[in-house]
Design a protein. Structure first.
Length: 261
């Protein structure tokens, strides 16, 4: 659902941005004003594209449709297969967790930087104060408005120990969050595979493409061959019976008398 909303927003904003740019090229003043009001559109579209990629990766993990090299799991026994999938799942989960930490550290290192447009200078201390924490007098003197919605988001993230100063950096936080979700899913699947070992492991029919790699049951093959032979015999008997009936009808027909010359 969330991915659909992001995709729809991406399409709408891209269409509006393209429309306003075309109108601005035709020297419509209102188009320039509209472009100025959505100057954040380019950054949003870049982030939204990345979001969709992360959403897709998360869904692929959930449905076990991610890329995996599982040649050995197709030839292993069910219990060994469960152990292998458990190890790979936990290892992938730990790897994604460290990816999340690295990306989060990189995002927070950039998030503490405050561009000039997001701050006002205090005339007494000559310090730059963020728009969200500056006093109303400072904002009025600088003739700028406080971004209420972002300030609420910034306050919430700050309470979680995630200080950000711009909406762009706030949107970047979705990437480590999705890595954490993927890590949790991999780990849960790995633990689930381990828990299936006592009950017999993972059977062949649960594998991806199991119909191509299924173990042949000789008894079933013999039964199927016997059924095919019986079906052929019945068909041959039916054909022979039809032929006998046709011959009997042909013999019962009276011969036509020849006319006198």
């Amino acid at each position: 659902m969330l991915a659909s909303i992001v995709l729809l927003s991406l399409v709408v904003i891209a269409a509006l941005s393209s429309f306003f740019r075309n109108m601005a090229d035709r020297e419509f003043a209102w188009a320039n004003e509209a472009l100025a009001s959505i100057d954040w559109a380019d950054d949003f579209m870049k982030k939204a594209t990345l979001w969709l990629a992360m959403f897709g990766a998360s869904l692929a993990t959930y449905y076990s449709k991610h890329i995996g090299i599982d040649v050995f799991s197709h030839i292993a026994k069910p219990k060994v297969r469960a152990a292998m999938k458990g190890l790979t799942g936990v290892f992938a989960g730990v790897t994604c967790f460290f990816f999340a930490r690295v990306v989060l550290a990189a995002v927070l290192a950039k998030a503490v930087r405050m561009p000039g447009e997001w701050g006002v200078v205090d005339p007494e201390t000559f310090e730059t104060i963020h728009l969200c924490v500056a006093s109303s007098d400072l904002l009025a003197n600088a003739d700028v408005a406080r971004p209420g919605f972002f300030c609420g988001v910034r306050s919430f993230l700050d309470s979680l120990g995630l200080p950000v100063n711009t909406p762009t950096r706030a949107m970047d936080l979705l990437v480590p969050a999705m890595f954490l979700i993927i890590a949790a899913r991999f780990t849960a699947k790995g633990i689930g595979s381990f828990l299936r070992i006592p009950s017999g492991g993972i059977p062949d029919h649960e594998l991806e493409g199991a119909e191509k790699h299924a173990v042949v049951d000789e008894d079933e093959v013999e039964k199927q061959q016997a059924m095919d032979e019986v079906a052929e015999e019945v068909a041959e008997a039916a054909d022979a019976a039809e032929a006998e009936v046709a011959d009997a009808k042909a013999k019962k027909k009276p011969a036509k008398k020849k006319g006198k010359s």
